[in-house]
Design a protein around this ligand. Sequence first.
Ligand code: NAP
Length: 350
Amino acid sequence: MSRKRRVAVLGATGTVGQRFISLLAGHPWFEISALTTSERNVGKRYGDVAHWLVPGGVPEAVADVKLEPTRSELDADICFSALPPDAASEAEAALAKAGHHVFSNVKTHRMDDDVPLIIAEVNPEHAKALEVQRRRRGWTGSIVTNGNCSAIGFALAAAPLHKSFGIERVVVTTLQALSGASYPGVASLDALDNVVPFIAEEEEKMEQETKKFLGAWNGQRFVPAEFVFSAHCNRVSVRDGHTDTVSMSLRGSPSVAEVKERMREFRGRPQELALPTAPKRPIIVREERDRPQPLIDRDVEGGMAAVVGRVQEDAVLGIRYVVLTHNTIRGAAGASVLNAELLQAEGCLP
Ligand code: NAP
């Protein structure tokens, strides 16, 4: 690529905004040209106001950048959105109308009829919906979303099983990290020594978004995948990394060995194209009886892989396993950067 594309991070001071900045620092195709904030920090220096939590400190290239309001005149081709939902509702469509390509982490447009919800390895063909989106809405830009952090982790590991065999029924129980609740998130006195068995809207999002990821684009609309899905979502006292325990029934009742093989051999367009943020192995299957664990496994492949373990026969549904993903990287900023690399490489971002 001869010239780097100019990118903005919307909601740059937050948990996901910081991950975007750390992934984009030194990116071979993209350079940060704008960082946005709510009104209270407009005009301030990024390094002075960001309560930086990512290891390694604020990248030098952004420490002196002056924060801007989120408005459609931003100097950027691509906008990575880590906005709160109310701010995203106002800003993302206006930016797309003004010609920006928005890659959003926010729930606002995920389930829209003409907005692709993409995991780059799983359903890259859903990007074809952008033609309909631009035509219907009269936009020169676009909106592409990535999913809820636990839906991405679950769907990435389940994708090869759905493609090879077909999922019939699933029960998934999540153990979700505190950073998934934004900053400062769950109060320490609620989080420490505790499990909170409720996360607002999470169980619904997991079901709807998983079925959109694993469903089809028929040229006019998204057709959700059909299977029976039940999720229990829990907040646990882990800093980063969502763990899901999964039991599922698959058509043809494949063996444990076949399930592991399909997961291990799974590759997608990001691997074929050797995209800069693509993990070499999107799914890593471990054999140890006590893995994956967030503390040890969340950063493998730069936080972009789903780490699976304990693949076994399940007496009720047939197959069970545990899957771990880094929620702010694979479940948020990293997934979005990979989507932008994919669409850039496929020529979808004029
Ligand atoms: P967060 O830590 O609360 O960060 C959001 C940031 O947006 C805040 O730092 C706020 O800071 C800024 N902001 C507020 N209004 C703004 C505006 N009008 N323009 C620009 N910036 C504005 O939340 P987060 O965890 O990063 O999540 C961001 C979005 O990603 C949410 O919609 C969330 O649901 C989604 N998401 C989060 C995760 C996760 O694991 N955390 C995963 C997937 C998706 P200032 O006031 O300093 O500007």
